[in-house]
Ligand binder design. Structure first.
Ligand SMILES: Nc1ncnc2c1ncn2[C@@H]1O[C@H](COP(=O)(O)OP(=O)(O)O)[C@@H](O)[C@H]1O
Ligand SMILES: [Mg+2]
Length: 237
């Protein structure tokens, strides 16, 4: 079981979108996912309402600092990955969620490079390490990257961050309309109508690459039950 928090104290960084992409891709691989929705905008819970049942995904709404540890202990036997979606603004939830996490993902808008909200999260992680000896794995994930940005330009941004000892995921999340469409239509990238969503194949490829990088970073063994349902989900999708 692993707990992953998406954190950036700035709204609009792409946290909720990345949460949904990761959750739906991991669920498709057969992992049991519990999303803990602490975002006051409740986008994930609304998505879940629109979608109806989605195989391997449970969503818990109205998560607070006080309830978060209980949700994790109550559901750890039926969950492979917990994914926490935090509010945009700086909030007491941030420290609680980070403290319970195996890995913190910090989405930063790749092109805008408006990294202030991400820097606040990195400062908190550094503070925990230096003052309390608590080391929590973390990585920046560049999000909403324009598809026209060249690989070279992107590598430059990544190496600038790495030089400052900030770990950065290899996979950047590209700005794709399909990533917005799943919130409107419900379901996943694999239930969207290819005739209506542009560049759907590229969006699917990007989301899969992102999820596979996280799986390598935070491997969780698939249970026998999940291995049995996994192929069924894939063929049904
Ligand atoms: N990769 C992406 N491609 C297209 N639109 C995106 C992407 N990431 C985020 N957005 C859009 O940007 C806005 C803010 O994203 P969101 O994921 O809600 O950020 P946060 O949770 O950090 O506030 C939303 O309208 C969302 O649809
Ligand atoms: Mg959000």
């Amino acid at each position: 079981m692993a707990v992953i928090t998406f954190a950036n104290t700035k709204g609009g960084a792409g946290k909720t979108t990345a949460v949904l992409l990761l959750a739906t891709e991991l669920a498709r691989k057969g992992y049991r996912i519990t999303i803990l929705d602490a975002d006051p905008q409740h986008w994930i819970s609304r998505w879940h309402e629109v979608s109806g049942q989605v195989a391997n995904i449970s969503v818990i709404d109205f998560v607070t600092s006080a309830s978060l540890p209980h949700h994790i202990s109550d559901n750890k036997h039926n969950t492979d990955y917990f994914i926490i979606d935090l509010p945009g603004a700086r909030n007491p939830m941030l420290a609680t969620a980070i403290g319970l996490s195996d890995h913190v993902l910090i989405p930063i808008q790749g092109c805008a490079m408006d990294a202030r909200g991400g820097a606040q999260v990195l400062e908190l992680l550094q503070y925990l390490d230096e003052k309390a000896g608590i080391k929590i794995g973390h990585s920046v994930v560049l999000t909403r990257v324009n598809s026209m940005v060249t690989t070279r330009a992107l590598s430059l941004v990544k190496s600038l961050l790495s030089e400052r000892q900030v770990p950065v995921l290899d996979t950047a999340i590209i700005e794709r309309s399909a990533f917005r469409d799943i919130f409107d239509c419900g379901g996943t990238l694999h239930t969207l109508d290819p005739a209506r969503a542009s560049n759907l194949e590229k969006a699917r490829e990007n989301a899969l690459c992102f999820a596979e990088e996280i799986m390598r970073k935070l491997p969780v063994r698939l249970t026998a039950a999940a291995r049995m349902t996994g192929p069924l989900i894939r063929s049904a999708a």
